[in-house]
Design a protein around this ligand. Structure first.
Ligand code: ADP
Length: 203
């Protein structure tokens, strides 16, 4: 059974502040192939060839051959960019957005951060372009690509709250679901959203 968006409380329900931003954000722990939204975002590899982790789960749910066929129309995808395919029948979602996160081996750099943010920005832009209003992200790059969990959650919370406050297209997005799979990611997001919400409580 897939979880419907309406069943999930937004962060506004938790914090009661910053309605426009936190009213659009949902933190959900689970399998991204089990959520019913307009689009889910896959952490793909640059060949769009299907792999392990979340990519493998999405390919299995979609039917590997079907999704591979759709991905073939692109000649891969660069780090920080995103491409779109149909939803391949997963929970009646409309589309799958495939983005390629940075690989972090060794010291985390500004370039890694910029590339990670670019994945989220490119995916949101594709959602807007395709009139998709609800979008679920996995925690891009925090699996085998090695991006530190805490730094990823900090960068993504900062980017998303700003985007939802300021971007000219913000009204086209009704909900952004941050799907965590490992408890560590859930804890990191909770910490940074606590900090974000606290600014409004004391304002
Ligand atoms: P990357 O190569 O970008 O690191 P991974 O698939 O290894 O991609 O991990 C990306 C994130 O997806 C990790 O946080 C991992 O815990 C999470 N993940 C793995 N399987 C699923 C799933 N079925 N649903 C949601 N998130 C998942």
């Amino acid at each position: 059974m897939a979880t419907a968006l309406e069943e999930l409380p937004t962060l506004f329900h938790k914090y009661g502040v910053a309605k426009n931003v936190l009213g659009k954000l949902i933190l959900w722990n689970g399998d991204i192939t089990r959520i019913k939204v307009d689009a889910i975002v896959n952490a793909a590899n640059s060949r769009l060839a299907g792999g392990g982790g979340v990519d493998g789960a999405i390919h299995r749910a979609a039917g590997h051959a079907t999704l591979q066929e759709e991905c073939r129309k692109y000649s891969g995808c660069k780090v920080g960019k995103a491409v779109i395919t149909s939803g391949c029948g997963i929970n009646h979602i409309k589309n799958i957005i495939h983005t390629v996160g940075p690989q972090v081996y060794g010291k985390l750099s500004e370039k890694h951060r910029d590339d990670l943010i670019s994945c989220y920005r490119s995916s949101l832009e594709l959602a807007v372009e395709n009139k998709l209003s609800s979008i679920a992200f996995c925690c891009i790059s925090t699996g085998v690509y090695g991006y530190p969990h805490n730094a990823a959650a900090e960068a993504v919370t900062d980017f998303l709250t700003n985007w939802l406050e300021n971007d000219q297209n913000k009204d086209q997005i009704s909900h952004v679901v941050l799907v965590t799979f490992m408890p560590v990611d859930q804890q990191c997001y909770e910490k940074y959203f606590d900090e974000f919400a606290a600014k409004f409580k004391t304002a």
